[in-house]
Design a protein around this ligand. Structure first.
Ligand code: FRU
Length: 481
């Protein structure tokens, strides 16, 4: 254990709880000038345990104030993942005077003496901007007689049919329910058999509509997280489907697997809209860890952090529809000092010294004739992470084998890869924080989110080539003083 790991690994830009264990983001919602982030929280230890909903609020989604625990376990079980909505029209009857927040979450009752666990959906409501909550007396509001995996309700208002819609993870499918009032739910349809990856249990679904960039077309997107299965090398990861939704049934355009992130550390992410009726930006945030090693990562006193918030859109690339992720504009105001990297030809190595420990780098790289090229984040003199584009295979590889502490999991050593259409011209944005890298390639077309545990975030960044040259230009931004 590094002696100063408490301070060293603690992120500057990413949300992490002050102490103890955190996993999935829950109930993200914007209400009366505040962004709310609830999260899976174990207040009595730094490993996963009886789940509560932790709570934090923010004015800009970057600086968070952690508040008291929002939801505690009760006679129906511990509090698993779910969502929150503003019941603007008092459909539930909880808000006779003014609108407030409703949390829709899973109660998990652990099985005992040969009896299986039971998962049901429940409600709680708040009249004071999420500071205190009342559990609905009719809980649970939705259960299942036989399905053990029956969780993670994500609810939104479906304008076209004027109903609430719920997506629920039900084993290796997603089941959709509708409701007029958040209390009574009706089965609509089930999606998933034969579609996408079934490497593990399906978790944390999220269904929403997005505009296709530069067109009038709209697409429905269904995000589905896939739990860790020890038979495979990936650990937990996130896939998505693009298609249509008619108020009852989701139809996917494709059976193939589309990954939301090619790094190992973006899981259980869900999105929300920052304007009522789903009309605002679609903002996504994921849990920056992997179930394969989340309980072992070498932080002390606290465990886990969230990704930076990302704005989602859909881009048509050839015949394919891709979910695009861009860091929200709010991040820019945290980086004021900008140093240009003037257009140059690189052959070998070009180093940019970094004065502050965390950086936001934007680079355009154009291959002239290099076989391989990329960037190295020098966390310290000995510790580094490399990002390499291999032109012969058109792949991008993120290698964190020398990035600092790595020995807590075999899977942490494996390279993270993505196949690109081509590597002749690539654009990248990279944010380096104390213990993570968030890499977005080609204006958000590919995302690689990766934890690292170096002694320092970053001392220098170098651009490198192998067997040939590239053209490079861009800038590095440093945090406000
Ligand atoms: C996903 C998940 C959810 C569940 C929660 C429990 O990471 O397994 O399916 O609700 O974590 O903490």
């Amino acid at each position: 254990m590094t002696i100063n790991s408490l301070a060293t690994y603690r992120p500057k830009l990413h949300f992490a709880p002050k102490k103890n264990w955190m996993n999935d983001p829950n109930g993200m919602v914007y209400f009366q000038g505040e962004y709310h982030l609830f999260f899976q929280y174990h207040p009595d230890g730094t490993t996963w345990g009886p789940m509560h909903w932790g709570h934090a609020v923010s004015k800009d989604m970057i600086t968070w104030e952690e508040l008291d625990i929002a939801l505690y376990p009760d006679e129906h079980g511990t509090i698993f993942s779910g969502s929150a909505v503003v019941d603007w029209n008092n459909t539930s009857g909880f808000f006779p005077d003014e609108p407030g927040l409703v949390a829709i979450f899973t109660h998990h009752l652990e099985g005992t003496e040969g009896k299986p666990s039971v998962q049901t959906q429940s409600l709680a409501f708040s009249h004071d901007k999420g500071r205190t909550w009342t559990k609905y007396e009719g809980n649970p509001i939705l259960g299942h007689d036989t399905k053990v995996d029956f969780r993670d309700p994500k609810v939104f208002w479906h304008k076209e049919t004027e109903k609430w819609m719920m997506s629920l993870a039900t084993g290796q499918t997603i089941t959709f329910y509708s409701s007029p009032n958040l209390i009574d739910w009706k089965f609509e349809s089930e999606f998933g058999e034969g579609f996408g990856s079934h490497d593990g249990v399906w978790e944390c679904p999220d269904l929403f509509k997005l505009k296709v960039e530069d067109s009038d077309e709209e697409k429905w997107v269904l995000i589905v997280s896939i739990g860790d299965n020890p038979e495979f090398d990936n650990g937990s990861f996130t896939q998505y489907f693009t298609g249509s939704f008619d108020g009852s049934t989701f139809t996917s355009d494709h059976e193939s697997i589309k990954l939301l992130d090619f790094g190992r550390d973006n899981y259980a992410g869900v999105s929300f809209s920052d304007i009522p009726e789903e009309d605002g930006r679609r903002i996504y945030l994921g849990w920056m860890s992997n179930w394969r090693y989340a309980n072992q990562v070498p932080t002390e006193g606290w465990r886990s952090q969230m990704t930076l918030p990302r704005e989602l859109s859909v881009r048509k690339v050839g015949e394919d529809y891709k979910v695009i992720q861009r860091l929200v504009g709010e991040l820019d105001s945290y980086f004021s000092e900008k140093v240009d990297i003037d257009e140059c030809i690189v052959e070998g190595t070009k180093t940019v010294k970094v004065e502050e420990s965390y950086v936001d780098l934007t680079l355009n790289l154009e291959r002239v004739d290099a076989e391989q090229f990329g960037i190295t984040v020098h966390h310290t003199i000995e510790q580094h992470t490399t990002i390499t584009f291999d032109s012969s295979k058109n792949v991008l590889v993120l290698d964190r084998k020398k990035s600092g502490q790595i020995d807590f999991s075999d899977m942490f050593l494996l390279d993270q890869e993505v196949k690109l259409e081509n590597t002749d011209k690539v654009q990248l944005r990279l944010v380096v924080d104390s213990s993570s890298l968030e890499l977005l390639v080609n204006d958000g077309e590919y995302s690689l989110t990766s934890l690292v545990y170096p002694d320092k975030a970053c001392e220098a960044i170098s651009i490198h080539t192998f067997n040939g040259t590239i053209k490079a230009a861009g800038y590095v931004s440093f945090p406000c003083k």
